[in-house]
Write a new protein. Structure first.
Length: 640
């Protein structure tokens, strides 16, 4: 049987089925559903591919004929069920609901146990809707959703269809409930995308009163953002452009990884959803570093770390190598802005790593937000810019670093009384302030905090002042013992090596010396000797005290450049690896800048060479810091 004869056979079977509707249950005409052979014969696979090629080429007559022939020739094979389903879909796509039902009804009657039957049921509902059987569709949709529990694809396809169905009937609240239910099973971005589009189409028809009414339902946090966005759209139309953009910016900052983020970004930038903000080359990464002038050395160190990461990546992904485009950016805001726009407009980079200084970063960050470009800055957060969803500070955070030292002192060493002796410069002032705040947060007492002048070699005066202030802040004890148990010195190793021997000379005996990552950038033990025994400091990176991954990085670096790596190379290496991991997580989907940003913010427990990284649900980068202690003249890792 082929062509019209086969279709007559299907119609006859359907009439037989319909005539039994009011009588005793009848068994399927052909009970193949429970015994379908899943291995498709080679000749059938050839015919299937031919039918698909005809369908894609617009030769529907030839495709239909071949699919019908497959269903007839292999009735006990899964290819028959697949062919009938495809025939139903072809006719649905061409607006022929009645013809679609001839195949779908027969398919579901004859092969009720086929794995694809739930999906065919969704198509059956679509064909019913086309034929005006809307009440039947609305009545059977919920039972089908419940019966399809665990079949994610079927539930998502059903939900998108029902949203359109209820929306066409003017039942917007019920349509919204279908979207909300579907988002509970949609996990991957590609699954969420059609739901996001359906939600935006539905909410786009709603006025302010209708949207506010939806808030009264038991709305999930994810769906609440959709409502927030629609209200922002409505309210933004009445505001000046800058005020409207600020509303969108705030919403995006709070929800950088939300499925709606691309739409919020488009609204913020004043373009239509889906419209490209700027051309994007997914295989290009931009970099802003000083390549000339007084800070050239640091720019070259960053480039070494970036190049190492790219070399490793490209070795494993030779088919589609990623390239780095570096721009020279001195400590100048105007030049930084010009270089950034060149990377975006002329080089079409996917994202940018850098700059190094606070002034260039402050100039570039607003541009990153304006163009929707992820920016991984190598700048202290305290020196950086206002919060932005597009700016990720991957550089070490002094507050978290100091917290690691103080927390170790409190929890592992049981120290409670602290003091600080710091250089009277910008770094020392900033770190001493942070130290005071963290000591209080961790339940300790800061007895004294005293500054000393830079380039000094005689610390008698600040040490004596430190003792005097500390003794004034504790009850009299009747002895001359050192009142504090730990002394924080946020300075270079050279300064520490001068201060440490003078402490006991001026009657400061016994306190544990505490430091920052600066202590890991010099030969602390060698030049500090016994005076730094038991000293503790935190750092994100130390070539000789870390994970196997860190040691492997150090060995490879030394092999390439004949010198040990510093924190700056390690941090640049990690920044590039974070970027590449987020890019690879897109798994073949369209590589867009906002998608890359979302991929970054979904990273958890990424083990780098300068710490373990992850993003909090709020989109903030968190990282670990190793705690090192001098023990018997050796640096030993004691935490975390």
């Amino acid at each position: 049987m082929t062509g019209p004869v086969f279709r007559f056979f299907l119609v006859s079977c359907m009439l037989l089925t319909a005539s039994c509707a009011s009588g005793p249950a009848r068994q399927p005409v052909q009970s193949a559903g429970s015994a379908l052979t899943k291995t498709v014969p080679a000749e059938a696979e050839v015919l299937w591919r031919k039918a698909e090629q005809d369908q894609n080429a617009g030769n529907l007559k030839g495709a239909i004929s071949t699919f019908e022939g497959l269903a007839q020739a292999y009735p006990n094979n899964v290819i028959a069920a697949r062919s009938l389903h495809r025939l139903g879909r072809i006719h649905i796509e061409n607006g022929q609901g009645k013809r679609a039902l001839q195949y779908l009804d027969y398919l579901l009657y004859t092969y009720p146990h086929w794995d694809g039957a739930p999906g065919a049921r969704v198509d059956q509902l679509k064909a019913w809707w086309m034929e005006g059987r809307k009440r039947q569709v609305l009545r059977e949709a919920v039972p089908l959703w419940e019966a399809s529990s665990g079949d994610q694809n079927t539930q998502l396809e059903l939900a998108v269809f029902m949203v359109d169905a209820y929306r066409s009937q003017g039942e917007k609240e019920t349509a919204f409930e279908w979207i909300m239910a579907a988002f509970t099973v949609a996990r991957a971005p590609e699954e969420q995308r059609p739901l996001t589009q359906a939600a935006m189409a539905l909410l786009g028809d709603m006025n302010e009163a209708e949207v506010r009414k939806l808030y009264q339902k038991n709305v999930t946090e994810l769906m609440r953002v959709f409502l927030d966005f629609r209200l922002t759209q409505i309210e933004a139309s009445k505001l000046p452009r800058e005020a409207a953009m600020e509303r969108y910016r705030a919403l995006l900052t709070q929800n950088p990884s939300h499925p709606l983020a691309p739409e919020i970004q488009a609204a913020m930038l004043g373009v239509s959803p889906g419209e490209k903000v700027a051309a994007v080359n997914p295989n290009k990464v931009g970099c802003l570093v000083p390549l000339n002038g007084p800070h050239e050395k640091f720019g070259r160190m960053v480039l070494r770390g970036l190049d190492m990461a790219l070399a490793e990546w490209n070795e494993k992904n030779a088919g589609q190598p990623v390239t780095l485009v570096a721009k020279d950016v001195p400590n100048d805001a105007a030049q930084a802005a010009k270089a950034f726009e060149s990377l975006i407009k002329e080089e079409s980079v996917l994202g940018v790593i850098g700059p190094l200084g606070s002034q260039p970063t402050k100039a570039v960050a607003p541009l990153a937000e304006r163009w929707g470009v992820p920016l991984l800055t190598l700048t202290q957060k305290e020196d950086g810019v206002a919060s932005s969803p597009y700016v990720v500070n991957v550089f070490l955070d002094n507050r978290d670093l100091v917290r690691a030292v103080v927390r170790h002192s409190r929890q592992k060493l049981n120290l409670t009384r602290f003091a600080a002796l710091y250089p009277d410069d910008r770094y020392g002032q900033q770190l001493s302030k942070i130290f005071a705040e963290i000591v209080k947060e961790e339940g300790g007492s800061l007895l004294a905090s005293v500054a000393y002048k830079g380039m000094t070699t005689d610390f008698q005066e600040p040490i004596q002042k430190l003792l005097s202030v500390a003794r004034q802040n504790i009850p009299p004890t009747g002895d001359d013992s050192t009142p504090f148990e730990a002394l924080f010195i946020p300075d270079q190793v050279q300064a520490v090596s001068l201060i440490a021997p003078q402490l006991p000379y001026h009657n400061v005996v016994g306190p544990t010396l505490l430091g920052t990552n600066l202590w890991g950038e010099g030969p602390l033990v060698e030049i500090g000797g016994t005076y730094v025994e038991h000293a503790v400091f935190a750092t994100p990176f130390h070539p000789e005290a870390g994970s196997p991954r860190l040691r492997a990085f150090s060995e490879r670096y030394e092999g390439l450049y004949k010198s040990p790596p510093s924190y700056l190379e390690a941090q640049a290496y990690d920044a590039m690896m974070l970027f590449l991991q987020a890019r690879s997580a897109l798994r073949g989907r369209a590589v867009e800048r906002v998608s890359l940003l979302q991929g970054l913010r979904q990273i958890r427990n990424f083990e780098g060479v300068a710490g373990t990284y992850g993003f909090t649900p709020a989109g903030e980068l968190s990282r670990s810091y190793m705690v090192l202690q001098v023990a018997n003249g050796q640096l030993v890792k004691v935490g975390p």
